[in-house]
Design a binder for this molecule. Structure first.
Ligand code: GRF
Length: 216
């Protein structure tokens, strides 16, 4: 079985990277991690790549004069490793339109809200302020407009009455670690693709449970 050559781009903690590493460690998993790139030399997540023996490259954005030249270095590194699919996992750089279009349909991101709600930053704080009773996370295809690409998979969690941004973030993060490997597998198995700006599915299994919050 040939496995889809996948890179993960990070900037920090790397807990989603760790979840993807565990998933790809299973012999029957349809994607393999061939490269991790961080724009931060001290990203804690780099240790997960090293522990798993996955090549890790540090490409500090501060060494480039503009976004385009940084993105060209990213693109070259991905090309050197024959990468077919890119997973953004807490990668804190806005990517240029040219780079995004080059990887369109082959680049996915995870965001800690049920998009299109709460795009951008301070997600959990804003979710709590808004009073929603359910939040969650989304894996989506990356398109030039931030956090706006078509969703591939979503997971929902309750927002508790006493939640702080930290407690809600921790609950959503657990869901992220389950969702990202599932979305990666769906793409790698060719069960979802980007077509005319929408995610198109084949071999899609619907979840059939209802999350009601608060409890009935
Ligand atoms: C996650 O919450 C992810 O949804 C967001 O950034 C965070 C990264 O966390 N895009 P980690 O580095 O994977 O632990």
């Amino acid at each position: 079985m040939s496995r889809v050559r996948t890179a993960v781009l990070i900037s920090g903690r790397g807990s989603n990277l760790k979840a993807l590493i565990s998933a790809c460690a299973k012999p029957q998993f349809s994607a393999e991690l061939v490269l991790v790139i961080s724009n931060q030399a001290d990203a804690a997540g780099l240790r997960h790549a090293r522990a798993a023996g996955i090549p890790a490259r540090i490409i500090p954005h501060t060494e480039f004069n503009n976004r385009e030249s940084f993105d060209a270095a990213l693109n070259a590194a991905l090309g050197d490793a024959d990468v077919e699919l890119v997973c953004l996992a807490g990668f804190m750089r806005i990517l240029s339109e040219g780079f995004v279009l080059k990887w369109q349909g082959r680049m996915i991101n995870i965001h800690p809200s049920l998009l299109p709600s709460f795009k951008g930053a301070r997600v959990h704080e804003r979710a709590i302020e808004s009073g929603v009773r359910i939040s969650g996370c989304t894996v989506h295809f990356v398109t030039p407009e931030m956090d706006s690409g078509p969703p591939i998979a979503q997971a929902a969690v309750p927002v508790h009455a006493g939640d702080t941004p930290e407690t809600l973030a921790a609950r959503v993060l657990e869901a992220e670690h389950r969702l990202y490997p599932l979305a990666l597998r769906m793409i790698a198995e060719g069960r979802v693709r980007l077509e005319n700006g929408r995610a198109v599915f084949s071999g899609y299994e619907c979840a059939d449970d209802v999350l009601i919050s608060p409890r009935e």
